[in-house]
Ligand binder design. Sequence first.
Ligand code: NAP
Length: 261
Amino acid sequence: MHVLGAKALRVLILGGTSEASKLAGLLAAESGIMAVLSYAGRTTALRAPPIPYRTGGFGGVEGLEHYLRSRRIDVLVDATHPFAEQISRHAQAAAAKAGIPLVVLSRPPWVPEAGDRWIEASTMAEAARALGEAPKRVFLTIGRLQISAFAAAPQHFYLIRTIEPPGPLQNLPRAKVIQGRGPFEADAEVEILRAESIDVIVTKNSGGEAAYAKILAARLLSLPVIMVARPQETAAAAFHDPADVLDFLSRHRAALAPRGV
Ligand code: NAP
């Protein structure tokens, strides 16, 4: 949308997800919106996006607020992973302090379908407890940062799949690590579950297609899945589709139009 006389809208996108990259692709074609995409800097092989970008942390809430004010950012878009909790908390606080709107863009969560045997857990500690007392063979696909929650249940065997090596696994005497990065195929996931005689899968409700194959495989084998729910979203404007964020930004720019030239 082009608004005559309106200044360009300045947007900061917190990224590191495919949704953020899709939004960046849409905004690259919008002359009235000047967006910068921010990466945490965890990935070494970064593919340059079609809009300006920066990498690395901001230095907490204060650092992010300073960035927003000094770059005169009009709207902050939090398009980070649904389980990247700290940066999302910082985004909410910094946007409020800087007095600008926060928009959350996240992929839709998975929902159970016929044949799924999900056990919902709201935290990793709850997921560990949900495994029960009797020793089980567990496929743990939760990333590497929260594995320590399962030290409370060391009687189980854990097949742990991570992208990067998880480091020393304290108090998990029966663990095996495999490294893998999605997208995964359901057939291959079934193979893993069978070969390792897995009884139960633990996963985060990340949503998206790349990691969905294990859910399909569990359905095929009628295995239970302990599904860790997402942290609550609290932003006033939350979307699942990058096109809806573009629409929000265009309308916001139009609303600001009388203010700037
Ligand atoms: P986190 O725990 O929520 O954030 C840790 C710190 O990293 C933040 O306080 C911030 O540092 C910095 N940071 C995070 N995202 C940033 C961004 N987009 N731009 C600049 N700084 C950022 O984050 P995380 O879970 O480690 O995730 C890091 C990145 O990986 C995010 O971009 C996220 O979208 C992506 N990712 C995460 C997951 C997951 O499961 N957690 C999965 C896939 C992708 P300062 O406090 O110094 O500003």
